[in-house]
Design a protein around this ligand. Sequence first.
Ligand SMILES: Cc1cc2nc3c(=O)[nH]c(=O)nc-3n(C[C@H](O)[C@H](O)[C@H](O)COP(=O)(O)OP(=O)(O)OC[C@H]3O[C@@H](n4cnc5c(N)ncnc54)[C@H](O)[C@@H]3O)c2cc1C
Length: 328
Amino acid sequence: MKLDVLIVGQGIAGTIASYQLINKGYSVGIIDNAKQHLSSQLASAIINPLSGKKWNQVAQFDKFLRDSLSTYKGMEQLINQPLLQPKNHLYFFQSKEEQLVAKQQIKPEWFTISEEKAFKNINSPYGYAQIKHCYSIAQDILFEKWKQYIAQHYYIENTLFEYQELKHINNQWHYKDIQSNAIIFCEGINAINNPYFKDLPFTKNRGDVLYVNIAELDNNYIYSFKDRLVPIKNQLFWLGSNHTWNYDNLNKDTQWADKCLHDLQEQLPYGIQLIDHRVAERPTTVGQKPLALIHGYHPNLGLLNGLGTRGYLQASTYSKILLEQMQL
Ligand SMILES: Cc1cc2nc3c(=O)[nH]c(=O)nc-3n(C[C@H](O)[C@H](O)[C@H](O)COP(=O)(O)OP(=O)(O)OC[C@H]3O[C@@H](n4cnc5c(N)ncnc54)[C@H](O)[C@@H]3O)c2cc1C
């Protein structure tokens, strides 16, 4: 089989790179082994303009947002499914100091602050901020339908990519019975095993995620209390997450889960039913810089990785940068 580009990995990085290539008229194939503990599938999958608790705008947010919206809207048309939903994000201050930090921002064009002591039935002694320009992405639909779309129109294989089977002959890449002009690696944390991109500053961290059912909570909002609560489907919410850098296993952190549920219950007047507890690993780099790189000797070999905590926001821009540089 002859392809323009073979992509290894179908997390958010590989999914978006494949869409952008198809949009430019290239033929693509994807090899993905659908590993457990996938970062992209367990993410809250929201786009949020503000960074951390300091109320700074994410650097170049306008550019990231423009590229993301264009990508997700383009994909919506191809798979004929809604993916992107604008959502108001309510951030409930946990202290007077937190509220002051938000108020001191010189240009609070991204949020408005309410001094009200409650939002609907939710207690809010220090008021809350309403953050604008947030979106949630239906990641279950995105991955499933995109996989189907690629299977129908291009090529997708659900197996482990074996690096030792890759051969470079006459500037073409040969992998088993596939011949491809170019290859893009999007393997998330598994890139550490990639012999073509050695010595890059890959790191990873783990995050626990809870799925909870809250029958009475308005699911039109994303909520931030001590942790974040994101509506997924009907009354099912994503609740999380922690960031653990030093770990030697992916066992559930039940102590964190108990505290998370306890903190949420303190703030919400509704019953919370725990449905599931899962653990994911985020692909990051030292210095938290995403990597959109071309191999030193092979301009038709690329890597998109290290998207950290903002894969859903940043993947489109970094994929675009990579494709502009690569020999395709
Ligand atoms: C708890 C949590 C919450 C998050 N929330 C958000 C959020 O709200 N917004 C946001 O923008 N980002 C969020 N993120 C970050 C985001 O999920 C990551 O940036 C993103 O998932 C990274 O995607 P990726 O495609 O690089 O890697 P991955 O999702 O890990 O995908 C890599 C893929 O490659 C496949 N693969 C690897 N090696 C091979 C091989 N040899 N052969 C075949 N297949 C292979 C894997 O099976 C996998 O499918 C969150 C992350 C976590 C963990």
